[in-house]
Design a protein around this ligand. Sequence first.
Ligand code: NAD
Length: 257
Amino acid sequence: MSLSGKTAIITGSNSGIGLGVARELAKAGADVVLNSFTDRDEDHALAAEIGEETGTNARYIKADMSKGDECRALIEKAGACDILVNNAGIQHVSPIDQFPVEKWDAIIAINMNSTFHTMAAALPMMRKAGWGRVVNIASAHGLTASPFKAAYVAAKHGVVGMTKTVALETAQEPITCNAICPGYVLTPLVEAQIPDTMKEYDMSREDVIKNVMLERQPSKEFATVEQLGGTTVFLCSDAAAQITGTTISVDGGWTAL
Ligand code: NAD
């Protein structure tokens, strides 16, 4: 499968799953656009490294996915968008009656609203190019819930709903829109949840990993960023041309329970 000649924009991709997805898309030949809200030398160096490793044109564009105008500007600045991967996301763990309002607003903006803005800006480009793939990185929490994650679960369910809607709006065009629903992947986002979860459940780090996180993941293994990248490349392949409006779980069996 060659994605040579395609431009892929991956939001929130200087770390974790987004970076893994960017690497796999570049390995498949796509010119990737990395993104986050920072503008550090190391962000641009990351893109340069991917470009050198894969012989593709990799760039880094700063844009804050909590702001609608910056989401749209990211797509415009990239100049092309054949593949859009909405991945930027944050988490906060707290009972709903203590959930800080600013955390609620930030999670809804970054994890859900950004997907609306980037898709709205990218779809006209895909239509003009006559081909497009949207891959929204949702979560097992787009299909099920866990306590203390009200904003995250609401945002991810919203992303899954938006995915279905856009798939129907593009159903008769050479464009697909799907969501990938990962279970637990050991990235900085998950690392950051461990201390709060230890506090909520009064547990050690090892017990949180085994008895809270992987408790619901029957495989008892974290999914990897390479596996999520590979699933994204598959959704961009010709074999996946009739796969649209659906979710693909990469969760070690979590949602089969
Ligand atoms: P991560 O913290 O490693 O990566 C998050 C990325 O989003 C980073 O690149 C960060 O810079 C970026 N980001 C954060 N705020 C941003 C903003 N305002 N503007 C632009 N970029 C911003 O976390 P991750 O685990 O790789 O998560 C990536 C996605 O995968 C998220 O949407 C997350 O909800 C989802 N997900 C993760 C897991 C998991 O277990 N790690 C499971 C299911 C879903």
